[in-house]
Design a protein around this ligand. Structure first.
Ligand SMILES: Cc1cc2nc3c(=O)[nH]c(=O)nc-3n(C[C@H](O)[C@H](O)[C@H](O)COP(=O)(O)OP(=O)(O)OC[C@H]3O[C@@H](n4cnc5c(N)ncnc54)[C@H](O)[C@@H]3O)c2cc1C
Length: 487
């Protein structure tokens, strides 16, 4: 069996298959994992800390949320298994708890997501306690950005993502798995059956089963064999984070984060081995996978870490700049299951919590590859039409809320006499105009709407896919130029 992709999903799957003695396993992926999401991840084992008002609102999003709940329980055993293969000289688990802070730097979105998190914790019977934000170890924001509320989540920690990936590789190799440091150029098939993969240097690896777990590049790879297959598109969610050495002040001993806010996963710090700290993370949906970092994102992260987490951060020594592409699907849900080509399986679309979910998804996929019942709902299979969770009006409201959050968080300024309602109206008009121009019936999530609204390529891609998949529902044809120039 060949697994294409050496991120968290590919490696956890290989590890699971080897554990089951499921035959030979070859993982292909570039050793440096450049532009991959996993190497840039926090990696918070966040489930309730990630809650938004959307998490439990529909059946589909609840099922997605419960993937995280189920994945969470697997981590203690995963870490016990991996620890002996770690070479970092520090525990793989870098934090055992999180503190979620609610400050007023963002907008109302922070407040409603914070409240949604407390509701979810109660609904699922998970422990939490409210505390004075000043009692959070390491948390020393600037006075004007101080939190007014904070909760302690004693069961949500984080792992050293890069340490876990390294330990997985060593465990796989020790058990006889093969890691090939290369890129797959294309999938090979014969008569609708996959027969292997062709590497960039022309070498071919033959296999009766191929799992594509190449993150944000998965769709392009699938297209090398299934050109006309109508698959929910994946958009790269380019994220920036950094690892820095603390040079003074009290270190953080837990994850400290805001709720999810403004198109992203919230501002957070994660303790890292040997006196380092991870600061993350930005998120912008982009046209192409890349490893670049926008200057605006550097400013954003550096300034807000100093302002909202700890003033001492100004004197931290940045040692690593991390850029990775989250695999974001158009409907926001994972793409996991068999493709319409015998022996070809897809495992991607995990967006912002794929590291956390990887051990659970590995068990699910290994089951399916071995002809056993899977663990997750088949609704997330790649043969689906886009999952609908909102109306157009709802989509526009969400878009406005996220933009307002981003507006205030990034310190954007309007004329003093301009009210928040007027700023909201500006975004509302923009979203209405977008839907009117593009002519789709499918209601997009705020991040995808932001992307399609700001990128001509993005608008065309979204429209082309939705018109072809929804044509039967009477959508209008693709407009020639539906978006405005990229930001
Ligand atoms: C900044 C940032 C912070 C994040 N924080 C968290 C977090 O705190 N918690 C969490 O759970 N999740 C987090 N995520 C999300 C998480 O990282 C992803 O959901 C998850 O890692 C996706 O894993 P993957 O294996 O599918 O993809 P990737 O990690 O992208 O791995 C795909 C691999 O395939 C390789 N590849 C690509 N093309 C080819 C090819 N043609 N041939 C061979 N190999 C190929 C790539 O090099 C890459 O190594 C974060 C993501 C980012 C970017």
């Amino acid at each position: 069996m060949v697994i294409v992709g050496n991120g968290a999903l590919g490696l956890f799957l290989a590890d699971e298959l080897i554990e089951r003695r499921a035959g030979s396993v070859v993982v292909v992926g570039p050793g440096g994992r450049e532009t991959g999401a996993s190497q840039a991840a926090g990696a918070m084992l966040g489930c309730f800390g990630e809650t938004t008002t959307e998490s439990l609102r529909t059946e589909a999003s609840r099922k997605r949320f419960e993937l995280g709940v189920a994945a969470h329980d697997r981590w203690p055993a995963v870490l016990r298994r991996l620890e002996e293969f770690s070479t970092t000289g520090a525990p793989l688990q870098v934090a055992t708890a999180s503190h979620v802070v609610l400050n007023s730097v963002g907008a109302d979105l922070d407040t409603v997501n914070f409240e949604a998190m407390l509701g979810a914790l109660d609904e699922y019977g998970k422990p939490w306690a409210e505390l004075d934000p000043r009692d959070i170890p390491g948390y020393r924001p600037r006075t004007e950005s101080r939190a007014l509320r904070a909760v302690h989540l004693p069961e949500e920690g984080a792992v050293d993502a890069r340490g876990v990936l390294g330990a997985l590789e060593r465990r796989i190799e020790a058990a006889g798995g093969v890691l090939v440091d290369a890129l797959v150029q294309r999938l090979r098939g014969d008569n609708g059956t996959v027969t292997g993969v062709e590497l960039a240097d022309g070498h071919v690896i033959e296999a009766g089963k191929v799992v594509v777990a190449a993150g944000a590049r998965s769709e392009a790879l699938v297209r090398t064999m299934l050109e006309d297959f109508s698959m929910v598109p994946t958009i790269p969610g380019l994220g920036f984070a950094m690892i820095a050495k603390r040079t003074g002040g009290e270190p953080f001993r837990s994850v400290v984060r805001t709720p999810n806010r403004g198109f992203a996963c919230g501002l957070h710090v994660v303790p890292a081995p040997h006196g380092r700290e991870y600061y993350g993370a930005t998120n912008r949906l982009v046209d192409h996978v890349s490893g670049v970092t926008w200057m605006a994102d550097v400013r954003f992260l550096a300034q807000y870490a100093m302002q909202q987490l700890d003033e001492q951060v100004a004197r931290h020594e940045v040692e690593r700049w991390l850029a990775g592409n989250r695999p974001v699907t158009l409907d926001g849900f994972p793409l996991i299951g068999w493709l319409p080509s015998s022996g070809l399986y897809l495992m991607t679309g995990t967006y912002r919590d794929g590291f956390h979910c990887a051990p659970l998804l590995a068990v699910h996929v290994a089951n399916e590859l071995q002809g056993e019942a899977g663990l997750i709902d088949p609704m997330f299979g790649p043969m689906r039409r886009p999952i609908e969770t909102r109306t157009i009006e709802w989509s526009i409201d969400e878009y406005v809320q996220h933009n307002l959050a981003a507006w205030f968080e990034t310190g954007a300024e309007a004329a003093p006499q301009m009210t928040t309602a007027q700023i909201a109206d500006y975004y509302r008009v923009m979203a209405h105009q977008f839907y009117d121009t593009i002519g789709i019936d499918y209601a997009l999530g705020p991040d995808v709407l932001w992307y399609a609204q700001g990128s001509l390529l993005g608008a065309r891609r979204v429209a082309r896919y939705l018109h072809s998949s929804q044509g039967r529902n009477g959508s209008r044809p693709v407009p020639a130029a539906a978006g405005r120039a990229n930001r």
